[in-house]
Design a protein around this ligand. Structure first.
Ligand SMILES: [Zn+2]
Length: 401
């Protein structure tokens, strides 16, 4: 067998690749296949099964996965390409761009991401360079610029300290402005809309403004994400018809029955971003950090207990890249390995209308896969111990050891 080159299709006659010998979680709902085989052809999964039942074609390039664990490629449904490192994405040298995508995403197994707040034109160019095959990277969906009520964003000084590039966010105060700003972004091709429900320095966005943005997005079948600062924001946004609540809100106390019932009834999904709030309090007293951590974990625990949908999302770009602590906090909230795996695979694929192509390991789906060094059903931290990340059957990340 020959060697597999990063970002390239294998050189076998039919482009076949076989992942042989691993433990395969084909979906979070099914028992894993031990000593399994995943056959890949033309970027898609041709077959999956146990080695005893599935013959590896002689022409296929074999990737030995003995002792390793294989899952579908991970989604991160709350990231931002707004750090200064992504500015002028069209001109960043390919090797550097590739390293940056690896450091933030592919080394942790993310093959699909939803960027919910960045400069749309810049993110579109970044995506274009990945899609052209110039640099290996994940599938990117983006809302482009977030729509904000006046005063919602931190000052320029703070944004600069956060490492965020300078770009204008459209300000909206009423339904007419919300509809116009949404339409403009949707005309420019964004994949969803992101709203800030309130501003620490002004009035919250009226529910009618959120409704106007929602109806523009839904007319095109696109989702609406909301940044929430408080429980009241969550309730207002959910009533206005948003699809994804982008944060827990530990600063305003636990979520009560009324909020949980409204979220459940409207079938929203949540990206918990648990690490974020702890991270923002890293200069504060231990007791303050612990109180926030307890409250956010409690909110997620209550949402999961209510049967709510969770999409993995940790606000990458605003926090350190390693998602280990996020997985640990999700576990603390009572989520099992299979529930966390669903939040990384099947739940986002379904929510974003891609479950026929992505989210599971099954014949006919795209070969987006993560190969882990250990089985995360035994230790959730193994979700970050990535050996290979594959997108469309190509290895886009390979651990050096
Ligand atoms: Zn965010």
């Amino acid at each position: 067998m020959g060697s597999v080159v990063l970002g390239q299709s294998p050189n076998s006659p039919h482009g076949d690749l076989a992942l042989v010998g691993g433990t395969i979680y084909v979906s979070p709902a099914e028992e894993p296949i031990r000593d399994g085989v995943v056959l890949i052809q033309g970027g898609k999964i041709l077959a999956v099964g146990s080695r005893a039942h599935l013959q590896v074609p002689q022409a296929a390039q074999v990737l030995d996965c003995s002792g390793l664990t294989i899952t579908a490629g991970f989604w991160n449904s709350h990231v931002h390409f707004f750090e200064r490192k992504w500015a002028n994405a069209a001109t960043i040298p390919a090797p550097e761009l590739s390293r940056q995508l690896q450091d933030m995403l592919t080394r942790y197994g993310f093959t699909s991401v939803f960027d919910i707040g960045s400069m749309w034109e810049n993110t579109r160019q970044l995506r274009g360079r990945i899609e052209s095959g110039e640099v290996p990277g994940p599938r990117i969906r983006s809302t482009g610029e977030a729509l904000v009520p006046p005063g919602a964003l931190p000052s320029e000084t703070v944004l600069n300290m956060m490492g965020v590039m300078k770009f204008p966010a459209p300000e909206i105060a009423d339904a007419a402005q919300a509809a116009a700003a949404s339409r403009k972004l949707l005309d420019e091709g964004v994949d969803g809309i992101k709203l800030f429900a309130s501003s620490p320095r002004g009035a919250p966005l009226p529910e009618s403004a959120m409704q106007a943005a929602v109806s523009e997005a839904h007319r095109l079948g696109k989702p609406v994400f909301v940044h929430t600062n408080t429980s009241a924001d969550v309730l207002a946004a959910v009533q206005a018809g948003v699809d994804i609540v982008a944060h827990t809100t530990p600063h305003s106390g636990p979520w009560d029955e009324r909020i949980l019932a409204a979220m459940k009834e409207r079938r929203v999904a949540l990206t918990p971003t648990l690490t974020l709030w702890k991270y923002y309090l890293r200069h504060d007293r231990v007791s303050a950090r612990e109180q926030i951590a307890d409250t956010e974990v409690g909110q997620l625990r209550a949402w999961v207990a209510a049967g709510g949908t969770v999409l993995f999302g940790n606000d990458l770009g605003a926090v350190e890249y390693d998602p280990t602590e996020e997985y640990a906090l999700m576990t603390e909230a009572g989520m099992s390995f299979r529930q966390i795996l669903a939040s990384l695979t099947t739940a986002p694929a379904e929510r974003f209308g891609e479950s026929k192509q992505l989210g599971r390991i099954a014949a006919g789906l795209q070969a987006d896969l993560v190969v882990l060094k250990e089985d995360p059903s035994r230790n959730i931290r193994a979700l970050t111990a990535v050996q290979y990340t594959l997108r469309d059957g190509k290895i886009i990340y390979r651990a050096s050891q």
